[in-house]
Design a protein around this ligand. Sequence first.
Ligand code: CP3
Length: 420
Amino acid sequence: MLIALDRFTIVLGMFSTLVFLTLFLFFCTSSISTLSTTVAVDGGDVPLLPLSSSSSDPLLTAVVASGGDDFPPLKNDNLLRAARGELVDRVPVWVMRQAGRYLPEFQEVRAKHDFFEVCRTPELACEVTMQPLRRFDLDASIIFSDILVIPQALGIAVEMHKGVGPVLPEPLVTPDDLERLNTTGSIDRLKYVGDAITMMRHMLDGKVPLYGFTGAPWTLMGYMIEGGGSKTMSKAKAWLENYPDASQKLLNLLTDQIVEYLLMQVKAGAQIVQVFESSAEHLTKEQYLTIALPYLKRIRDDLHKKFTEEGVTPVPMTLFSKGAMHSLTEQAQTGYDVIGLDWTIDPEEARKLVGPNVTLQGNLDPQDMYKSPEELRELVLTMVRKFGKHRYIANLGHGITPQTPVESMSVLVKAVHDAL
Ligand SMILES: Cc1c2[nH]c(c1CCC(=O)O)Cc1[nH]c(c(CCC(=O)O)c1C)Cc1[nH]c(c(CCC(=O)O)c1C)Cc1[nH]c(c(C)c1CCC(=O)O)C2
């Protein structure tokens, strides 16, 4: 009996020691993690949002994980209403490349950081995205990034050379080079764009909606084959001619990537997306209708399919095909909500070509931004009055250029809001 009791005491002792040790260990780990979060938050020298772009950062993870439901409510929804064809309080305005070299504060960031470092670091991307909004009464923001992040994610190096623009030192030369494209996990490698979008939605605090964007298949194919910008796209056009099957394969591969990339951006918080087919200007009308538009339409249709399958609320989609004003009627039939115009077409003519059921975006000549404030204001007033208040988003007909006087942006934005 006594022996049995002794054994019982020993077992009980061992058990309570074990419980004690487990509790002790649990207490230590949880207090350490609480302590480090507290230090990080209360430290004072830590910015409101974390500096690391890594998803292992607890604060960034918290911001990103909070997801769409927790975003601050939108205060100025004029741009989204215009995109959906609803009535607006005022004509919305934003500017392609509104975050860019014409702003001294952008130059300051660029003096310290490489272009793609800015893209890849959510805090820096958000800072430059915010810069134009601090100065001008704009109705939208666009996440700072570049169309060439997709080729990068596929394993094609892209460098930004001062005074030259993007350089891809190892372009695609023959169809065999398609083997080099690594699609496995490519969208995961672009997670930093989603992180920047989510962070930006919180930073915006509902001030204006946030655009996500992508390059279009033909435009990306062009850069990947030319190895950079090109005046003629002769190598990419030679691919179309000499390697029709490989060209189609590449265009389809890029289309699939773009759909996944846009879906990721919308899930991260993009409230409207724009597809940049900036190199459409190199194609004949016939080429545009066979090489560009079918893929652009598939992006629209496949993304909508994904929205339905994954229960994601659809966002408006914008198509900007620079130099393809010859095919506006066809563009308007693709299902995009907004069609972007370059400056080569008259607003009233464009409206006739697209009909009443799409929103138009554009289309001041970026060169007009160099005119005197009085002349610029008159041009903007005339443009906006030609487009009218319904289904219209004011913008330039292409990106703002680096030498543009900062004051011109204030003149542009005010004139748009004053016009009607
Ligand atoms: C073709 C294209 C590119 N990138 C982009 C396009 C499509 C739009 C267009 O047609 O302009 C898209 C783009 N690139 C950039 C944005 C930022 C978002 C915005 O504010 O609109 C967007 C929407 C930043 C950028 N992308 C780039 C800059 C300037 C580079 C720098 O800061 O050194 C910015 C602000 C670099 C870039 N990136 C690219 C080029 C041709 C260049 C050089 C441009 C130049 O030298 O003027 C590829």
